[in-house]
Design a protein around this ligand. Structure first.
Ligand SMILES: [Zn+2]
Length: 382
């Protein structure tokens, strides 16, 4: 059986596919912009102002094309986003069963516990067929969040096009560059940045289409996995959970590792019954799950998880051997972002040579990302 954290990781990785759809659409949009800019760019005999006016007259057509591309994207992405969130929830429910029995050495206790959890898992599955409010609401909010950037993306396409036309005309006027060279330079600079915008109310900084969707999807699927997990434990009558120990270090969460949290009750010392001996045992509850979340535990991108805490049975796990730090993982993601940037530049290329060079650079960054992840034992980036 695959290790349980890997199952969750797989569910969360599926969220990346939704972000990939946006990255692909971003490239198609840049291609369309470049194609319109290239129109008549080499006709030196044509008046520069006439060229500029002709390009701007095509803005309405470009807008229609962009609307079609984004409309198609929206339909596909909505379905995929919902599937990812529900999948992560289900993976979280499975993990609740696997994790809880993992550390139980007493065969009788393990068997009884597994039965209780399987029943709870089945109950949860029925809710998923007719989804409970929790996961359904989370999926709905995620789709809404992603859809909110699409209008801004359309505006960004407009802005990029206008800016390239204005810059090209401005530079070609001074005669320092040919019209094509000026257009290529403006396109390359804007393509490197990608389709960006001022985010919806909850994001202050500028976002890039793909990174925004990626962050929204990762956050939602991670949340769904944890919530599915907790729902199964609650259905099984288990209130206490313990924070996992990861091989990665994360300064915000490290103090929480191995701590016991409560789903319903409060914090402080609590009398429980040792499941092995039936004797009373005092358990120190550090905080509620909600308090820990508010304090930063399970933040976006966090690799920690929660699992059942069984008094007298569960022992805090020792820190596993490191295989790749958080920084290594960040390095891989940085390379992948750079690869994307060069793929966008390729999409906006006006000549085969520029395109070829940009694609070669993108390939180098991808190879570099794979090399780092292989040497550090991290999951292989696509
Ligand atoms: Zn963390």
């Amino acid at each position: 059986m695959a290790s349980p954290t890997r199952e969750i990781a797989t569910a969360i990785e599926q969220a990346q596919r939704v972000a990939d759809m946006y990255a692909d659409a971003e490239q198609v949009l840049l291609q369309r912009i470049a194609a319109r800019v290239a129109d008549g760019v080499d006709q030196a005999d044509e008046d520069l102002y006439a060229w500029e006016a002709a390009r701007l007259a095509e803005l309405a057509q470009l807008r229609k094309e962009a609307e079609r591309i984004i409309g198609r994207l929206q339909r596909a992405a909505k379905a995929a986003a919902r599937k990812s969130v529900l999948g992560a929830w289900a993976a979280g429910m499975d993990q609740a069963v696997i994790n809880a029995v993992l550390g139980v050495h007493d065969a009788k206790v393990r068997k009884r516990l597994e039965q209780v959890l399987r029943d709870a898992r089945r109950l949860g599955s029925e809710k998923l067929i007719n989804p409970g409010q929790g996961v359904d609401e989370l999926a709905r909010q995620t789709i809404e969040k992603i859809a909110a950037v699409e209008l801004a993306a359309l505006r960004a396409v407009d802005d990029i096009y206008r800016q390239v036309i204005a810059e090209t005309a401005g530079r070609a006027l001074t005669g320092a560059q040919t019209r094509r060279e000026a257009a290529q330079e403006a396109l390359a600079r804007l393509a490197a940045r990608g389709v960006t915008g001022i985010g919806p109310p909850d994001t202050i900084r500028r976002w890039n289409l793909e990174s925004y969707v990626e962050m929204a999807m990762r956050t939602a699927t991670a949340r769904a996995a944890v919530d599915g997990h907790l729902a199964t434990l609650r259905d099984a009558g288990i209130d206490l959970v313990i924070v996992s120990t990861t091989p990665y270090s994360c300064s915000r969460c490290d103090p929480w590792e191995g701590k016991v949290l409560s789903q319903r009750g409060g914090s402080g010392d609590r009398e429980e019954v040792n499941l092995l001996t039936n004797e009373p045992v005092t358990v120190r509850v550090t905080a509620t799950v909600e308090q820990a979340r508010l304090a930063g535990l399970l933040h976006p991108g966090c690799r920690h998880s929660l699992s059942a805490y069984l008094p007298g049975v569960t022992r805090a796990a020792a820190k596993p051997a490191t295989s790749g730090s958080y920084d290594d993982a960040q390095q891989v993601r940085r390379r992948m972002r750079q690869a994307r940037e060069w793929e966008r530049r390729a999409a906006a290329a006006l000549t085969p040579e520029v395109k070829k060079k940009a694609l070669a650079t993108a390939r180098e960054y991808r190879a570099d990302a794979r090399r780092i992840s292989t040497s550090k034992g991290l999951p292989r980036p696509r």
